[in-house]
Design a protein around this ligand. Structure first.
Ligand SMILES: *Cc1c(COP(=O)(O)O)cnc(C)c1O
Length: 397
């Protein structure tokens, strides 16, 4: 009998031959600045744990306490019997934090984006989308069946051109962008995008997954960072990155949130967060407001690390955030670099096509607030040594 899935094995072999086959590394400790991975201690530059909250005692205690009081799971989707008081308290907390009317939490940032875009648009509508928007936005756009118009990355005039061409077209228009781009670390030109959305009557939606807890006062995101309160109708954020736990949220008007209760499919058809998750997220918002030194440390560490890398001759692209792309070029080379770094005690993943365009492969390093200067300096030293040995950097001679 022939194996009808044989083509999968053939594709995997092709990836092995191309040097782009990915083996999952095993994290054998908590996610922290020096983590135990595949049996060794490495400097962890591969997490989104910007503020070190994954191991914050207040989050851990809140999770334990909630598990004891409410159990391990919720037993239902939100719309049946899976809405606990903890879920609603978290949503009120986030809405107040973000200075909006209402908030709904999804199981993940991915579900928040995909579920929201798919829910609010129909095939008659138009989406104007940055070419580097996150996969969950792209999937939401596809699920909505609306017409998708992709504009050149971080170029608001290109978005305006698309909207101008659609001026007389029927249907609603949604202008959508990541706030911080996850693979390049650059920040969207939000004030220009908002102006354009207002000029053409488009809905403005921003995905602040990498800006939540990183940009704006106490980590309120790019809308706060740019003073755009009240002018972005749909704000998405994650609870999985700087917040240190799991989940995604949508902030906006009461009507938007009520509508999503009725139509967002991940909300309707997938079970709600365990109580421990909701409770830990609640504790995280207290920490964001009460421990501003974490954000200060994050940015000081970012400057320290990126300045040191640039001084060694590394190209860091357009980053303006703790996301640090170290440009390599070829995917095979980026993966080779990552493996060699790991052997020398630095954990930073190689990223190639299709996550980034072909020929723009890179190592992505993310600095956190809890890395020590000594750890960062050691990481720079190892990065430099390995990059020279692989001719990614010149030898300096
Ligand atoms: C990580 C990420 C998401 C998904 O968030 P999860 O909570 O991990 O599902 C969505 N958008 C962007 C821009 C991201 O970087």
């Amino acid at each position: 009998m022939t194996n009808p899935l044989a083509y999968l094995g053939e594709q995997l072999q092709a990836w092995r031959n191309a040097g782009t086959y990915m083996r999952l590394r095993e994290l054998e400790s908590a996610c922290q600045p020096v983590s135990r991975v595949d049996g060794r201690e490495v400097i962890n530059l591969a997490s989104n744990n910007y503020l070190g909250l994954t191991t914050h005692p207040r989050l851990v205690e809140a999770a334990l306490d909630a598990a004891r009081r409410y159990g391990a799971g919720t037993g239902a989707v939100r719309t049946i019997s899976g809405t606990m008081d903890l879920h609603l308290e978290l949503e009120r907390r986030i809405a107040a934090f973000k200075n909006v009317e209402a908030c709904v939490v999804f199981q993940s940032g991915f579900a928040a984006n995909a579920g929201t875009v798919a829910a609010i648009l129909t095939p008659e509508d138009h989406i104007i989308s940055d070419e580097l928007n996150h996969a969950s936005i792209i999937d939401g756009c596809r699920l909505s069946k609306a017409k998708i118009h992709v504009f050149k990355h971080a170029e608001p005039p290109a978005a305006e051109e698309k909207l101008a061409a659609l001026r007389d077209a029927p249907g609603r228009k949604l202008l959508i962008s990541d706030g911080v781009f996850s693979m390049d670390g650059d920040v969207a030109r939000l004030p220009e995008l908002v102006e354009i959305a207002e000029k053409y009557g488009a809905i403005m939606m921003v995905d602040d997954a990498h800006a939540s807890g990183v940009l704006g006062s106490a980590g309120r995101g790019t809308i706060d960072h740019f003073g755009m309160h009240g002018r972005v109708q749909i704000q998405v954020g994650t609870l999985s990155k700087a917040v240190g736990v799991l989940g995604g949220y949508v902030c906006g008007s009461r009507d938007l949130i009520d509508f999503l209760y009725h139509r967002a499919r991940p909300f309707l058809f997938s079970t709600s967060h365990p109580p421990a998750v909701a409770a830990a997220c609640l504790a995280a918002f207290d920490v964001l407001e009460q421990e501003p030194e974490r954000m200060r440390e994050l940015w000081a560490n970012t400057r320290h690390f990126q300045d040191a890398l640039r001084a060694q001759g590394f190209s860091l692209g357009a980053t303006a955030t703790p996301i640090t792309p170290i440009m390599v070029g070829e995917a095979r080379k980026a993966f080779e670099f990552s493996r060699a770094l790991f052997d020398q005690g630095v954990f930073a993943v190689g990223i190639g096509y299709p996550t980034v365009p072909e020929g723009k492969a890179r190592i992505r390093a993310i600095v956190t607030a809890t890395h020590t200067r000594d750890q960062l300096d050691r990481a720079v030293e190892i990065l430099t040594r390995v990059a020279r040995s692989l001719a990614i950097l010149g030898t300096g001679r």
